[in-house]
Design a protein around this ligand. Structure first.
Ligand SMILES: Cc1ncc(COP(=O)(O)O)c(C=O)c1O
Length: 448
């Protein structure tokens, strides 16, 4: 294979049949679409190139800056592409949660504009969100920017209508898989592939996967965020299921260790989500066979979006034992769902009374921008990642000092309340419904 440009190597990724001894399905052939083998390392190479390519010549003529709201793979691909064309690239993002990706972007020559904010994804319904304000500004400002606009740009989907979808059909000798399973970030890849497969055979079942509630799997949305923005259309999916970060890591280990596929967490999540869904299919087919029928073999495809190497600190934090480090009792990622359910919570009226009577230390876990805009009077701002770090070193407060924890909607704070309780704190409570409920109840907020 000879190329004149590395961008010619984007796409045409292998479709790998997963060994049935690994997945254990008797009646289903499971294939992985190996998007991690794209030249810059992910499925987003296709979208980045398809969105940027038609505009690069003009951008070079006008000296435009390539800009994208991304903290991950799209930014990585665009940083490389912009560099190749002699253009500056700026990645605008809320918080960079994966340090390796940030370092790689800097190495590739990108400028990172890190904004304090609440969510990793753009939320256009929130006019206060700085990401949304910036999105509006760069969309309106003419030729100074080549804004690829991955959350809204139909060329993001087009990359998969032209490439990923047809490649899957071709590699299955013109057949459409019975099931297609993909994690949902901007929804570009799942939407494009699903459309191609349905055009060939409307009977295909499309399973979208998102991260479990208040869980973090880098690169994809969680169930609360998925309806918010962009190219997402619920009609694309026959069903949407969630996977936990733990399931994603289990899948990553199966692919890394048993299949030789060095997948990152979303590839692992797609594998686990696919196998979990297909076990139900397999059981029905087994019952049909047991009743004397001859069930047709089914086929399924899932996408392995990117590579494991960028997520070592994510893995160290969540599963230290994998990297031969002792598990730490003070890590919020170790809080179980049962512990979180058992955490003490207070609703807004009770919290207001408690603040007056017991004067608890109120810890606001939101980003600094959200805090400075509106917070409970007297509260201190310790952004959740920082609080997580702090607790890894031990309890930062006297065990008897009442503490009220507040986050946007009361989910993260609940996990921290559970963690403080586990660590021996006697009165840590979570504000039910978070600062949003406090605001909605008309309780007073102050700004810095
Ligand atoms: C690691 C990873 N997995 C999955 C996805 C989802 O892809 P899409 O944006 O096409 O929905 C992304 C998107 O950025 C990603 O970075």
């Amino acid at each position: 294979m000879r190329y004149d440009s590395i961008t010619d190597a984007i796409g045409n990724t292998p479709l790998l049949r997963i060994d049935p001894a690994v997945h254990g399905l008797a009646h289903v052939d499971l294939y992985a679409k190996l998007e991690l083998l794209n030249p810059f390392g992910s499925v987003k190479d296709r979208a980045a190139w398809t969105m940027a390519a038609p505009r690069l010549a003009e951008a070079r003529a006008t000296g435009a800056t390539v800009v994208e709201l991304s903290s991950g793979n799209t930014a990585k691909a665009l940083a490389v592409i912009a560099g190749m064309y002699g253009l500056p690239f700026t990645s605008i993002t809320n918080r960079m949660k994966v340090p390796e990706v940030k370092d790689l972007l800097l190495l590739l020559g990108a400028t990172i504009e890190e904004l304090p904010g609440q969510a990793e994804c753009l939320d256009p319904t929130n006019t206060e969100d700085p990401l949304t304000r910036i999105h509006r500004t760069i969309s309106e400002s003419g030729s100074a920017y080549l804004h690829t606009d991955q959350y809204y740009n139909p060329r993001n989907t087009q990359a998969h209508l032209d490439g990923t979808g047809p490649e899957i059909v071709k590699d299955l000798d013109g057949r459409v898989p019975d099931y297609f399973v993909a994690c949902v970030g901007t929804a570009g890849s799942s939407t494009g592939v699903a459309r191609v497969l349905r055009e060939h055979d409307p009977a295909v079942t499309v399973v979208g996967l998102v991260a479990a509630k208040s869980d973090f799997i880098p690169g994809i949305r969680n169930i609360d965020e998925v309806h918010e923005v962009g190219l997402f259309d619920p009609d694309t999916y026959d069903t949407i299921e969630s996977v936990s970060a733990d399931e994603a890591i289990d899948g990553l280990l199966a692919l890394n260790r048993r299949c030789g596929v060095l997948a990152g967490p979303t590839g692992g999540g797609a594998y686990t989500g696919a196998v979990r869904y297909l076990r139900r299919v397999d059981a029905e087919l087994a019952a049909e066979a047991a009743a004397g029928g001859e069930p047709r073999r089914r086929s399924a495809v899932f996408i392995v979006c990117d590579r494991v190497e960028s997520y070592l600190s994510y893995l160290r934090r969540r599963r230290p034992e994998l990297l031969h480090q002792p598990a730490r009792a003070g890590a919020v990622s170790t809080v179980t769902a049962a512990e979180a359910d058992a955490a003490r919570t207070v609703d807004v009226p009770a919290a207001r009374e408690w603040i007056t009577e017991a004067q608890p230390l109120v810890v606001d876990l939101r980003g600094t921008f959200a805090y400075s805009t509106a917070h409970i009077e007297g509260s201190v701002n310790i952004v959740d990642e920082l609080f997580d770090e702090l607790l890894r070193g031990g309890l930062p407060f006297d065990t008897g000092r009442p503490v009220l924890l507040a986050c946007p909607v009361g989910e993260k704070s609940r996990r921290y309340a559970a963690l403080l309780t586990r660590m021996g704190h006697t009165d840590a409570r979570s504000l039910d419904g978070g600062v949003v409920a406090w605001r909605d109840a008309g309780a007073p907020l102050v700004r810095t």
